[in-house]
Design a protein around this ligand. Structure first.
Ligand code: B1M
Length: 591
């Protein structure tokens, strides 16, 4: 489509204020290097190249990050290398992310002796350049390098989740330290006239809900955003919050912080029609074009149809911008990116009067969330509820003394496990599934259960010993570095008495096959969080067949984009939606 770029940041601001501009603006905040270069047909090296891309693609702004905390991804070499290629200046490097098990800051001493950067380390030169080179009508959006996310990256996700429950003051001190650094950065950068908005990409949620209890966010995170929001509103600067996942529980808090807009409203986590109904008058919505499927697996016609539908249903009245449900990643075909831009231009002119079904395309249905209500009542003869409460409270002495009492009362140790502890962890799992407890509590309960089993190991494995549940080899597939979910599955399995060998992240199909040959597990469990890496699961299953090993092992697959239909298609034995479901599936498969 022939579109002459005419950037107009006033249009963007109008949409942010939930008004109708002349047309629906484009709202992406991050485009990876590869699609940028494919779109421009040339390398992107300089700041001018960056500006050229955003201008040519038809955005009313360009985005750039600023932060002295950026190296948090690779502190002291404790990193995992990714395959992505991206830097703001176009250098082709592989990305690095901090390990999740243990970061660089795991206790007070490390926190106090860490060489924290100060705002005087901030290099503002690029903002001076943007002040000079931005085309008329165009502004810059500052991507302020997050507050909550660096905290867990500094500590490692597991340590962070655990510390929130065991030494809240330390986790809070780290968030506050980072909050202050980001706030100072915010103050300096927003002095530049080119800055028209500030976007905070701080993932606080995943597909089924918040990662941690909202009380922590309210106490430590949102006060910083409130301070920034007040200043943005005074200066007439846009203020946008980005978090993946289902943020329903804190939408009112976000409004209270002063955010004008919320992004990216992942279709498999939040229903944008409902979000619009509830919060659409106060918050501009940016996003929802499905990265899981349409943008990555669909055709340009599918993208066009989805953009049409979103504009038809969400844009009337104002307060909507079109963008990916995350970002334009390396693996979005450039034809689909162009379709996104063209369709927004084609259908987004106000007043919007689009008819239902006006553009045909394949509509990809996202996997619907599994949310339970209530927990299963279990009559086991032992007090499973009390065991569950003690596990969540991480009160291991209490769990041990309860178990001792039950054994001394005449119940065999393995019976106490099957009628007391396992129902207890099942209750915790169900509370996690219905949103009553969050990842930290689930992790802590699973670990407390493992410790208890270890404590009673001798009695459990003695005469008439505990039935070994089975062995599992687990890993995240090649090209994929997401491991928080896989680690949670591992903990729950261990907590329930499975022996688990964890191969880590970005595990090749060949390595999975070799592990099955060498370790002879009962179950091979593979996790994937990216639509593009899911296919690696099929390669591993094919590899097992070729090596003559497929019959000797059950294969289960999981992770947010994986569906039962996909599992069946690639010849897996099962799929589970979440960690408690994975444990149940493993048990069912071995019965
Ligand atoms: Co990224 N990321 N990420 N990310 N990330 C997602 C997954 C995404 C859905 C966000 C979105 O679309 N808005 C999206 C993928 C879209 C898609 O392709 N379908 C995405 C993207 C695009 C990316 C990058 C490509 C971004 C970029 O660079 N442009 C990049 C890729 C890097 C790479 O892997 N090569 C990237 C990077 C990262 C970080 C490194 C910053 C970080 C990961 C840190 C880490 O894991 N060590 C990260 C995070 C944190 C997320 C979100 C926000 C949260 C994921 C998470 O940890 N959830 C996520 C958004 C979301 O989920 N909505 C997102 C908590 C965890 C407990 O849940 O992992 O879903 P989950 O596990 C669940 C179930 O899925 C299940 O059990 C768990 C709960 O009980 N489960 C199994 C998991 N494995 C299972 C296995 C089973 C059974 C059940 O059987 C074997």
């Amino acid at each position: 489509m022939n579109r002459e770029p005419k950037p107009d940041f006033e249009r963007y601001l109008k949409a942010l204020h939930c008004e109708e501009p002349d047309r629906v603006p484009q709202g992406d905040w991050h485009v990876d290097q590869r699609p940028k270069e494919a779109f421009m047909g040339r390398p992107i090296r300089t700041l001018q190249d960056q500006v050229d891309f955003w201008y040519a693609a038809g955005y009313d702004y360009m985005t750039a990050s600023s932060g002295i905390l950026e190296p948090v991804r690779a502190p002291e070499g404790m990193t995992t290398k990714g395959d992505g290629v991206h830097t703001e200046y176009g250098d082709r490097v592989s990305r690095e992310w901090a390990h999740t098990h243990e970061g660089v800051m795991t206790n007070w001493e490390k926190f106090e002796t860490y060489k924290w950067p100060t705002v005087d380390d901030l290099d503002l030169s690029k903002w001076d350049i943007f002040d000079r080179i931005l085309p008329k009508g165009m502004k810059a959006i500052l991507l302020l390098g997050k507050i909550y996310t660096p905290a867990w990256m500094y500590m490692g996700a597991e340590t962070f989740f655990n510390t929130l429950e065991t030494d809240e003051e330390l986790a809070g001190a780290i968030i506050n330290k980072i909050g202050n650094i980001q706030f100072q950065t915010f103050l300096r950068v927003t002095e530049h006239p080119c800055v028209g908005a500030v976007l905070n990409p701080d993932d606080i949620a995943f597909n089924t809900g918040l990662l941690v209890h909202p009380k922590y966010l309210r106490k430590y995170l949102f006060p910083w955003y409130k301070k920034m929001g007040k200043i943005c509103r005074e200066k007439g600067i846009g203020f946008i919050f980005h978090s993946d996942g289902d943020c329903t529980e804190v939408m009112d808090d976000l409004i209270d912080c002063g955010f004008h807009a919320f992004n990216p409203i992942q279709p498999n986590a939040m229903d944008i029609v409902e979000v619009k109904k509830k919060w659409g008058k106060k918050l501009c919505l940016i996003g929802n074009i499905n990265l899981d499927s349409t943008l990555t697996l669909g055709t340009p016609e599918d993208v066009r149809a989805e953009v049409y539908e979103r504009i038809r249903t969400i844009a009337p009245g104002g307060g909507y911008m079109v963008s990916s449900s995350n970002s334009i990643t390396d693996y979005v075909p450039v034809a689909n990116m162009k379709a996104l831009l063209d369709a927004t231009y084609e259908f987004g002119r106000y007043p919007i009067r689009l008819e239902e079904g006006g553009v045909q395309g394949k509509f990809w249905t996202s996997r619907t969330k599994v949310r339970k209500t209530g927990t299963t009542k279990m009559e086991t003869g032992l007090d499973a509820e009390a065991y569950a409460a003690a596990l969540i409270a991480n009160d291991i002495p209490k769990v041990i003394s309860m178990m001792r009492k039950d054994i001394d009362g005449g119940t065999a140790p393995q019976e106490v496990v099957s009628r007391g502890l396992i129902p207890a962890i099942t209750i915790v799992g169900e509370q996690f599934q219905n949103g009553q407890v969050y990842i930290p509590e689930m992790m802590i309960a699973a670990r407390a259960m493992s410790t208890t089993l270890e404590h009673f190991k001798a009695e459990l494995t003695g005469k008439g010993g505990a039935k070994k549940l089975g062995t599992v080899v687990i890993g995240t597939v090649q090209g994929d570095l997401h491991d928080i979910g896989k680690n949670l599955v591992t903990m729950i399995l261990r907590g329930q008495g499975f022996q688990v060998e964890d191969l880590g992240v970005s595990v090749s199909a060949a390595k999975f096959v070799q592990a099955v040959g060498d370790k002879k597990p009962d179950i091979l469990a593979m996790s994937a969080l990216l639509t593009t890496t899911m296919t690696e699961m099929k390669s591993a299953i094919e590899g097992l067949k070729a090596a003559g090993l497929r019959q000797q092992v059950k294969v289960i697959v999981g992770g947010a984009p994986v569906t039962p239909a996909f599992a069946e298609r690639i010849g897996a034995d099962g799929n589970a939606y979440d960690a408690p479901g994975a444990a149940k599936l493993c048990k069912d498969l071995l019965q």
